[in-house]
Design a protein around this ligand. Structure first.
Ligand SMILES: NC(=O)c1ccc[n+]([C@@H]2O[C@H](COP(=O)([O-])OP(=O)(O)OC[C@H]3O[C@@H](n4cnc5c(N)ncnc54)[C@H](O)[C@@H]3O)[C@@H](O)[C@H]2O)c1
Length: 263
C-alpha cells in the first residue's frame, strides 16, 4: 500500500484560519480527513472566512469558525472551549495566527511591544493551556506552533516580532518536555510564503514586483513558498509518520537559510 497521511475523523483547532498560511493548513488537514474549528480576525461574511469554509467542506469535512481577537485572553480561552464543544474534542492544535510588527528597536513603543507579545507569544500559550485537558483525552495529540525563520535569523526592522518568534522556540521545547510523552509539540518556521502578509511587506518597497523578484532569486529553489506547502508539512507533523518529532522547530524556507549571505 502507498504511504499516505490519514487523519480521518481527527479534530483540529486552527488559529489564523481565514487567510494565507492558515487557509493552506485548513485545506491540507481537511484533505487528510480532519474536521476543523478555526478562528481569525475576519467576520463570518468576509471572503477569508468563506474561503475557510469552502476549503474544508470541499473535502467533505465539517468546518466551524469564530471571529476572534487573540490579544483578548478570556475570549481566546472561550474560543478553545467552543471549538472543543463543536468538534466533540481536540486532537490537534495548530496555533498559526500572527502578525508582523515592522518596527525597529528604537521605534518600538510600549503599546506595540505589548500588542505583539499578546498575539505572537501569549496567545500560543493560552490556546495550548486551555486545550490541554482535551488533548489528554486524544489518542495521539499534537500541538503545532507557527514561528518563523525570523526566530533563528531576525529580519532588520521587525524587532518585537523577531523577539517573540525566537521565544516560541523555547515554548515548543518546554511544552514537549512538560506534556510528553502523550502530547507532541512541534514548531514550524516558514520562510517567505506567498500570503497577504508578504504582499503587504513587498508593498513597502518603491517597486514591489522588483523586490519580489529579488527575494525569489535568493532562494535556492528559485521561488517563495505556498500556503499549501506549509499545510502539507503540518499534515505530516500531525500524523503518526512524524511520531519521533517533538520539541523542535522545522524550517520550511526553500533553502534560503542555507546561505550565510544574501548576495
Ligand atoms: N507569510 C510568511 O512568509 C510567513 C513567514 C513566517 C511565519 N509566518 C507566520 O505564519 C502565520 C500566518 O501568517 P500569514 O502569512 O498567513 O498571514 P496572513 O496575514 O495572511 O494571515 C494571518 C491570520 O492570522 C489572523 N490574525 C492576525 N492577527 C490576529 C489577531 N489579533 N487575533 C486573531 N487572529 C489574528 C488573521 O485573521 C489571519 O487569519 C503568522 O504567525 C506568521 O507570523 C508567515
Amino acid at each position: 500500500m502507498a504511504l499516505s497521511i490519514d487523519l480521518s475523523d481527527r479534530r483540529a483547532l486552527l488559529t489564523g484560519a481565514s487567510s494565507g498560511i492558515g487557509l493552506g493548513i485548513a485545506s491540507a488537514l481537511a484533505q487528510a480527513g480532519c474536521d476543523i474549528a478555526g478562528c481569525g480576525l475576519e467576520a463570518h461574511d468576509t471572503p477569508g472566512a468563506r474561503e475557510f469554509f469552502s476549503h474544508v467542506q470541499a473535502q467533505g469535512r465539517r468546518a466551524f469558525y469564530q471571529p476572534l481577537d487573540l490579544t483578548d485572553g478570556p475570549a481566546t480561552r472561550a474560543f478553545v472551549e467552543w471549538a472543543a464543544a463543536q468538534l466533540d474534542g481536540i486532537d490537534y492544535v495548530i496555533s498559526n495566527a500572527g502578525a508582523n510588527f515592522n518596527l525597529g528597536a528604537e521605534r518600538t513603543t510600549e503599546e506595540s511591544w505589548n500588542a505583539n507579545f499578546q498575539l505572537n507569544l501569549a496567545a500560543h500559550w493560552r490556546i495550548a493551556q486551555t486545550a490541554k485537558p482535551y488533548l489528554d483525552l486524544s489518542p495521539q495529540p499534537v500541538i503545532l506552533i507557527n514561528a518563523s525563520t525570523q526566530a533563528f535569523r531576525p529580519l532588520r526592522g521587525a524587532f518585537p516580532y523577531n523577539v517573540a518568534k525566537a521565544a516560541l522556540l523555547g515554548m515548543v521545547q518546554s511544552l514537549a518536555l512538560e506534556w510528553g510523552p502523550h502530547v507532541r509539540a512541534v514548531g514550524i518556521a516558514p520562510g517567505f510564503i506567498d500570503t497577504p502578509m508578504n504582499v503587504e511587506w513587498f508593498g513597502r518597497y518603491p517597486d514591489p514586483a522588483a523586490k519580489r523578484a529579488q527575494v525569489e532569486s535568493i532562494h535556492p529553489v528559485g521561488r517563495i513558498g505556498t500556503p499549501e506547502e506549509v499545510g502539507a508539512l503540518c499534515a505530516f507533523l500531525c500524523s503518526p509518520l512524524a511520531g519521533f518529532i517533538s520539541g523542535t522547530t522545522i524550517l520550511i524556507d526553500g533553502g534560503r537559510s542555507a546561505s550565510a549571505q544574501d548576495v
